[in-house]
Ligand binder design. Sequence first.
Ligand SMILES: [Zn+2]
Length: 66
Amino acid sequence: MPSPDLQFTCLRCGRRGTPDDVATGWSLSTPPRPTGSDAPREETVTALCPACARDAVRDLEGRLDP
Ligand SMILES: [Zn+2]
């Protein structure tokens, strides 16, 4: 479960989303935290709004099936 105050921004169009929006089709992914890293903790969430997620899938399919 995402934390209740999590906010994210669509990578493509910059639209703002909240955890409630995940149910509406937002695509979220959090990269695995590197182990043994001295870098400061960074909550990097890759987010795509429903429209851009569809486009991303289309791009992906286009790449897989030229
Ligand atoms: Zn978007």
